[in-house]
Design a protein around this ligand. Structure first.
Ligand code: SF4
Length: 478
């Protein structure tokens, strides 16, 4: 999962991209990059580096990153985490195109072989699926003119062969910015506009929070399979090129997106609140009693408030987060994850002792985080611990860019709720159901592949990716 931004129509495009990426930092912390185009000389400027956005760019960066348009990327790695070559945006300077991509191409190894068959002299600088998208677009654009019909034709060709999830923002050397979203709309992309000194500026981003922050209004979702081109004169053209389903990733709502964002004009905040309300109903039905509701910070807080309100129980922040420690979900390897959990949460023992606690978490993947947290709570003398997960059991891998491991590493794989509770060290566990999830999100059509094993695209080549991911992880750990 990564964060994307694209800005066109302002000399501050690079700085706005930087600010936009700061607001998308939660989507990836491995590295960041910004690509600008000076349309007067057709020159690209690119800066990227490892680490947090604020550490990659400095004041000097914005003297070099010049132009009326820019695209930016913040990276969350599923493979090649330590490889700086994998940082985006990717640029084909000779072809006059650069792109940044969020998602995962399931058939990337096949597409790579096809590209080599067609053009034996082709050179890849990385193993990234995003570079393959770039090569396919550059090949389809060729040396011909770049106008809306040729750009949309190139994107259509790409959509015909790419299998998986992809939101893409791109820049052409004439100063145009384009964007598109996969035919199932798995990964998000939003568009907004604003007026600056009487001139229009436009922006694309993974989440509305980045555009809101930058003052863009009229924020609108790019539809599944839709492409948009904003040329250097500010002409905007949008067209649905190849639509299959509406299958946006349920995990954006549950965990990944900022709570200030909106998808499909629905605030993530409200969706998370409803996740809690639906769960409270099933807690009531199961006649589970408790003294206090406490969230595992940060993502589950809104659902925990809803549960406490619905059950008429006190809501208490009893796990205090050390905000200088990174989110464990994005860290490398098991060991660092477990250490980080111990470092990052501090329980308020005096308020936990002797209480029956409803501990609300957004999701449980491997279970390592939950095991450590429950250990902490039990050590504080909790009388009883019920774990409440706003996400249903995750039993299948994600092939679309979320680092859910192979099934055997998933705590919910092949286990009953009682067995999961035992592994975690809880007295019981209450999971959201898939029906409850859809009801809470008010979405009939979502991707829930990791919950049900039913994916919106063919994932038969996903095993190649999984093998590569495991080999990569092994390499990092050795
Ligand atoms: S499989 Fe799960 S995590 Fe992956 S895109 Fe679908 S819903 Fe999201």
């Amino acid at each position: 999962m990564c964060g994307l931004i694209g800005i066109v129509g302002t000399p501050d495009s690079a700085y706005e991209s930087f600010l936009g990426l700061m607001n998308l930092q939660h989507r990836g912390q491995d590295g960041a990059g910004i690509l600008t185009v000076d349309p007067y000389c057709g020159q690209f400027s690119l800066q990227k580096g490892s680490g947090l956005v604020e550490n990659v760019f400095s004041e000097r960066s914005f003297r070099n990153l010049r132009g009326l348009c820019a695209i930016g990327h913040t990276r969350y790695a599923t493979i090649g985490r330590r490889d700086p070559n994998m940082l985006q945006p990717f640029l084909e300077a000779e072809a006059g195109i650069g792109i940044a991509h969020n998602g995962n191409i399931v058939n990337c190894y096949q597409l790579r072989e096809d590209l080599i068959d067609r053009t034996p002299a082709i050179r890849f600088s990385t193993e990234s699926d995003s570079e393959i998208i770039l090569k396919i677009l550059a090949e389809a654009l060729g040396d011909g003119p770049r106008d809306v019909s040729t750009v949309f034709l190139a994107i259509t060709r790409a959509m015909e062969v790419l299998v998986g999830s992809y939101s893409v923002v791109g820049a052409l050397k004439d100063g145009s910015v384009f964007g598109f979203r996969d035919p199932d709309g798995i990964r998000p992309l939003v568009f907004g506009r604003k007026s600056m000194n009487g001139k229009a500026a436009y922006a694309l981003a993974s989440e509305s929070v980045a555009l809101d922050y930058l003052g863009y209004a009229g924020i609108d979702e790019i539809q599944p399979g839709e492409a948009i081109l904003i040329d250097s004169n500010g002409q905007v053209t949008r067209k649905v090129l190849h639509q299959k389903t509406h299958s946006s990733c349920m995990f954006e709502w549950v965990y990944f997106a900022r709570v200030e964002s909106e998808f499909e004009r629905e605030p993530v905040y409200r969706a998370r609140f409803r996740l809690g309300t639906v769960l409270a109903d099933s807690i009531k039905q199961r006649k589970i009693e408790a003294d206090v509701v406490l969230p595992v910070p940060e993502t589950s807080r809104i659902a925990a408030i809803a549960i406490a309100e619905s059950l008429d129980l006190p809501f208490r922040e009893l796990l205090i987060k050390n905000r200088y420690v990174n989110r464990t979900f994005i860290l490398d390897g098991q060991e660092s994850r477990q250490e980080a959990i111990r470092r990052k949460l501090f329980p308020i023992a005096a308020e936990i002792e002797g209480k029956r606690c409803l501990v609300v978490d957004d999701s449980i993947v491997r279970g390592n985080t939950a095991i450590q947290i429950l250990k902490l709570i039990k050590q504080c003398g909790a009388r009883e611990v019920t774990v409440v997960s706003t996400c249903p059991p995750i039993c299948h891998p994600c092939y679309y860019g979320i680092d859910f491991p192979s099934p055997k590493e998933l705590v919910a794989y092949n286990r009953t709720e009682d067995e999961i509770a035992r592994v975690l060290g809880a007295d019981r566990i209450v999971y959201q159901t898939v029906e409850g999830l859809k009801k809470a999100l008010e979405q009939d059509s979502i991707c829930a592949g990791c919950l049900t094993g039913q994916y919106p695209t063919d994932v038969s080549s996903g095993a190649d990716f999984e093998l590569k991911r495991l080999a990569d992880r092994q390499k990092q750990l050795s």
